[in-house]
Ligand binder design. Structure first.
Ligand code: NAP
Length: 284
């Protein structure tokens, strides 16, 4: 019988995950189907237990459900998801006499890491400046501090950046991390090896906005914009014009999905096909 997978979120109509995962299932001739489901936060528990009861193969969670998942007793987060405070992948698993368990993972940080590794961007020992202190910045911040980067979180609401840096330092006291506001951002960019936009700035329909003045970008910088709609944001255009490496958020989307696919199936996903599918859908 066909195995069903899905992504839960609200809004959810824009999600590229069904296209990407269905292309992967089809290429591997797996009898599986992946759908998008609109689920409101107050219905998350019912939706998760329903999916488990109906024998779903696995579920992704997106905005605004990732943090909510940690409030549910039915989901056991893995240590990293617990630290991050957000779950984006649910795995339904038979576990000995304990019966079925619903495990929660967070693959966003790994997706970001793999997107940078593809462009030969060094993480260990690099100075990484993350702008933004929301859910995505959390996942990326924990991952890169754990991987030995020196991380600065800069955010419009400074106290959120300081709180996030404190949360990360609290679980990784040996890590190098601090939080700050956006004043002095140009100087921080000039001193950074990697700049990551983890805000919503530059996202459709605000195409002509960017987190930083083009003049602060430099050729020794790798610029990673996790916004992928549009594929070529103003920040990425400015980065290319400055001779910096420009890494698209579409690759993070693909790699976080590929990691979820591995967790669900234990099979290596066709990553190149997933990339092609996403890039085509985004209009390249
Ligand atoms: P979020 O939790 O809502 O956080 C939004 C962040 O953007 C906050 O730090 C906020 O600052 C900042 N921000 C918003 N408007 C701003 C402005 N005008 N100037 C400066 N900062 C501003 O969102 P999220 O879930 O972290 O997602 C952030 C972005 O990443 C979204 O565009 C999302 O689509 C994208 N994303 C991409 C992937 C991927 O796979 N590529 C994965 C996850 C998310 P304040 O704290 O001051 O409000």
């Amino acid at each position: 019988m066909k195995k069903v997978f899905g992504v839960f979120g609200d809004p959810i109509g824009h999600s590229l995950s069904p296209l990407m995962h269905n292309a992967a299932f089809s290429a591997l001739a797996l009898d599986c189907a992946y759908h998008a489901f609109r689920v409101r936060p107050e219905k998350l528990e019912k939706a998760v237990l329903g999916a488990e009861a109906m024998g779903f193969g696995g579920v992704n969670l997106t905005v605004p459900l990732k943090e909510k998942a940690l409030e549910l007793d039915c989901i056991e987060p893995d240590p990293l998801a617990k630290k991050i405070g957000a779950v984006n992948t649910l795995v339904f698993r038979e576990e000995g006499e304990g019966g079925r368990k619903i495990r929660g993972y967070n693959t966003d940080g790994l997706g970001a890491k793999q997107a940078l590794l593809d462009f030969a961007v060094e993480i260990k020992g690099s100075k990484i400046l993350i702008v933004g202190a929301g859910g995505a910045a959390r996942a990326i911040g924990f991952r890169f501090v754990e991987d030995g980067a020196e991380v600065i979180i800069a955010n419009r609401t400074e106290k959120k950046a300081i709180a996030l840096a404190g949360d990360i330092a609290g679980t990784m006291p040996e890590g190098r991390i601090r939080g700050t506001g956006l004043s002095g951002l140009d100087t921080l960019v000039r001193e950074a090896d990697v700049l990551i936009n983890a805000t919503t700035l530059g996202m459709y329909p605000n195409l002509n906005t960017s987190i930083v003045d083009a003049g602060a970008l430099h050729p020794d910088l790798a610029v990673f914009d996790i916004v992928y709609n549009p594929l070529q944001t103003k920040l990425l255009k400015d980065a290319e014009a400055a001779g910096a490496k420009a890494v698209s958020g579409a690759m993070m989307l693909v790699y976080q999905g590929a990691e979820a696919f591995r967790l669900w199936t234990g099979i290596e996903p066709p990553v190149e096909l997933m990339k092609k599918t996403v890039l085509e859908a985004l209009g390249t």
